[in-house]
Design a protein around this ligand. Structure first.
Ligand code: CMC
Length: 400
């Protein structure tokens, strides 16, 4: 009662106070105050993860401890192999990963104390805070393993035990690509490039998937279930699925010659220009510049992707076209699919490469909500009911 206007798409609704990431649509973004460009240049994905989750850049011992906790939690139970093998050979890897996060939660009842009428976090109780952090290490540590298993099961390959002594992205690439060679090591250039891309994708404020994690987590469900919900939200083509959609779009365009006709179809609203537009950024997403630099590094090792010319022609035409200029539609991060393609990842794996690093941001938002002043309040929005008024039931034989 009293509600007259619905805020469709949450264009003007703030649901939480946050200290994690701030995006200024004109001037770029900061994480805990640090510009994303500086972090991409000087930090690593796990160091930035610590920053996002705990609010400050770690000291050297804190960083060592965090990296070691995350990497030590990369193993999954051997029974998980049967779970992965239960999927069809052509299952989308995001469907597998989403299910895998929920499945993982079934191993850790201590992450779900609300089922016993307790809360996961009690203010002033160090043990409950340590319990929460343990789930965080597990989720970040196992995300790469689950993703690699989703990749390998579709290829009919055996699974690889997470190796020791490698970086986060190094052990991920190892688990993906290892074919039994004793001395196999991923390319350091690709390992570093993936680390930069992971760092860029780690958090981006209250996007659809982070909101989903918080909405789900506000019922005090365990974080594995909340992350599974976030992963499902990310899967959609307007969000994390856009990097896969970009490649499909470029393949369908075929060559630079067909770009003008494609853009006309977009303007007639018959197509969407995937990889363009953002709810908050109204100029170029600053992450897209770092992606371009990373692409140059990767292409030196892998060679250029055949879709690059079409992508560049599309980009150059769209940024000058009145339709996109007047709507302030600029490139977002999703052209990084070209880098993933050059690195040999299949198209439908790209959203997974978004989800794995985004686990960090989801957990940072989730932890912040769990620890907020006054405890968690369940997220229960209102609606404006426009359906029929009260009426009497009609038996089936009397219905027209
Ligand atoms: N192609 C064609 N027209 C577009 C596009 C696009 N990519 N994006 C927005 N528009 C139009 C839209 O139709 C609207 O036109 P009009 O005012 O004439 O009705 C206008 O631009 C304003 O857009 P909007 O739909 O109000 O913007 P939004 O904030 O609701 O949506 C978006 C943001 C990202 C969902 C949208 O830009 C889009 O669909 N982009 C393509 C998919 C994509 O690349 N998604 C990845 C986003 S970044 C990474 C992530 O968060 O996952």
């Amino acid at each position: 009662k009293g509600l007259r206007v619905a805020d469709k798409g949450f264009l003007n609704t703030a649901v939480i106070q946050s200290q994690i990431t701030y995006i200024d649509g004109e001037a770029g973004g900061v994480r805990r105050g640090y510009p994303i460009e500086q972090l991409a240049l000087h930090s690593s994905h796990l160091e930035t993860a610590y920053l996002l989750i705990y609010g400050a850049l770690p000291s050297a011992p804190q960083l060592k401890m965090f990296e070691s906790e995350v990497l030590h939690h990369s193993m999954v139970h051997a029974d998980a192999e049967d779970f992965f093998r239960s999927f069809r050979y052509d299952a989308h890897p995001m469907a597998i990963l989403t299910s895998a996060f929920a499945y993982l939660g079934s191993y850790y009842s201590e992450a779900n104390p609300s089922l016993q009428g307790q809360t996961l976090f009690t203010k002033g109780d160090k043990a409950s805070l340590a319990n929460m952090d343990k789930q965080i290490y597990r989720l970040i540590g196992k995300a790469t393993t689950l993703a690699a298993m989703a990749y390998r099961v579709r290829q009919g390959r055996d699974f690889v035990t997470p190796p020791t002594g490698l970086s986060y992205t190094g052990q991920f690439l190892y688990q993906m690509d290892h074919l039994g060679q004793e001395d196999y090591r991923p390319s350091p250039v690709l390992e570093k490039a993936l680390d930069v891309l992971f760092l860029l994708h780690a958090d981006h404020e209250l996007n659809a998937s982070a909101t989903t994690v918080l909405q789900t987590g506000s019922s005090l469900v365990d974080p594995y279930s909340a992350i599974a919900a976030g992963c499902a939200s990310l899967y959609g083509p307007l969000h994390g699925g856009a990097n896969e959609a970009v490649i499909r779009m470029l393949i369908s365009i075929g060559s630079p010659d067909n770009v003008p006709a494609f853009l006309e179809a977009v303007k007639r609203r018959e197509k969407v220009l995937s990889g363009f537009g953002h709810r908050v950024y109204k100029t170029s997403d600053p992450r897209s510049f770092i992606i371009r630099r990373t692409a140059d590094e990767v292409f030196k090792v892998t060679g250029k992707d055949e879709l690059l010319e079409t992508a560049m022609a599309l980009h150059d035409a769209a940024i000058k076209d009145e339709f996109f200029v007047s709507r302030r539609l600029a490139p977002n991060v999703d052209f990084c699919g070209l880098i993933y393609r050059a690195m040999g990842f299949p198209n439908d794996f790209f959203p997974v490469l978004f989800a794995v690093p985004r686990v960090v941001g989801w957990l940072a938002h989730w932890r912040q909500m769990m620890l907020q002043q006054g405890g968690v309040k369940i997220w229960r929005p209102r609606q404006i009911y426009v359906g029929p008024g009260k009426r009497d039931y009609v038996p089936v034989e009397k219905r027209e």
